[in-house]
Design a binder for this molecule. Structure first.
Ligand SMILES: NC(=O)c1ccc[n+]([C@@H]2O[C@H](COP(=O)([O-])OP(=O)(O)OC[C@H]3O[C@@H](n4cnc5c(N)ncnc54)[C@H](OP(=O)(O)O)[C@@H]3O)[C@@H](O)[C@H]2O)c1
Length: 271
């Protein structure tokens, strides 16, 4: 990690903040991105003086492109060792507008994809670069397929569905990046366990109750999730889904390369 440069989105709180501090404490220079400057400054205070704060709204494609430019400027020709995509939203308000709902896939999946492609040359210049998508248990569910008609706002896909689909989309992205990079860099989707955060606090009562009941059993796994980005073993798991530090062999989709490529091509029309 020493002297490597990492971009962490969602670094102002929760999973992103935890992982950013862990990366920095192992010697990485971190670029901390989210919307709220004060929260990022607070994370930066834990990360040391080399941490850079970069405001971004992942719901706005032009803001995503500006972030990529800021990262390139900071790198000044150096390679980018990795991106940790930890920004995420979940909406529960049934009164939200379709354009409100469409923020979920945009922030959770479409913009991370856009950002990864924009920074791809800097990633491929680094030996063994890694891109990590914080997904969730959802990505292990069979049969969750992202419906782009919801994502485009043409139909009103609701919060949980959209968030599940975004997690599933991250698996498609990981597979696609794995095929695209052919070992020159690697990608992971992982489940951090149940982490107490503003997002988790906003869960509807039955889900948060389940989370609280499960917490004592999951806390060790959360620690593992936090540790994952630093774990030498993670390199061995290159390009595979990771859950609780183990590669998960049962993919939620049959490995249908043609269908996945078609889906991602359609996704790129949203970029
Ligand atoms: N907590 C869990 O138990 C758990 C379990 C499984 C998966 N996950 C996943 O982990 C990810 C992070 O969740 P968390 O629990 O750490 O939640 P969190 O504490 O609410 O953190 C979310 C982060 O994303 C940022 N963000 C939200 N909207 C954004 C936008 N439009 N542009 C840029 N940044 C934005 C937030 O900062 P700003 O609001 O300042 O922008 C914040 O830093 C999510 O994708 C979530 O689904 C969490």
């Amino acid at each position: 990690m020493k002297d490597s440069v990492w971009l962490v989105t969602g670094a102002g709180s929760g999973v992103g903040r935890t992982l950013a501090v862990a990366l920095a404490s192992s010697g990485a220079e971190v670029i901390l991105a989210a919307r709220t400057r004060q929260a990022l400054e607070d994370t930066a205070a834990w990360c040391g003086e080399r941490a850079l704060v970069a405001e971004v709204d992942l719901a706005d494609p032009s803001s995503v492109d500006s972030l990529a430019a800021v990262v390139r400027q900071r790198l000044a020709g150096r390679p980018l060792a990795g991106i940790l995509h930890a920004a995420g939203v979940m909406l529960w308000d049934s009164a939200a507008t379709p354009s409100g709902w469409s923020r979920v896939p945009l922030v959770n999946a479409v913009s991370p994809w856009r950002l990864t492609l924009a920074l791809e040359p800097s990633l491929l210049a680094a030996p063994g670069a890694r891109v990590l998508f914080v997904a969730g248990a959802a990505f292990t569910l069979n049969g969750v397929r992202p419906h782009l008609e919801y994502w485009k706002g043409a139909q009103n896909g609701k919060g949980m569905t959209l968030a599940l689909e975004a997690a599933a989309a991250k698996v498609l992205m990981v597979r696609s990046l794995h095929r695209r990079w052919l070992g020159r860099a690697s990608a992971f989707a992982f489940h951090p366990g149940f982490v107490k955060s503003s997002l988790a606090d906003g869960l509807p009562l039955p889900l948060s109750f389940l989370g609280c009941v499960a917490q004592p059993f999951l806390s060790a796994r959360c620690a593992n999730g936090e540790f994952l980005a630093l774990d030498a073993g993670a390199g061995v798991l290159s390009g595979q889904m990771v859950q609780n530090r183990r590669a998960v062999p049962n993919c939620p989709f049959p490995p249908d390369q043609a269908a996945e490529t078609a889906w991602l091509n359609e996704l790129e029309t949203l970029l």
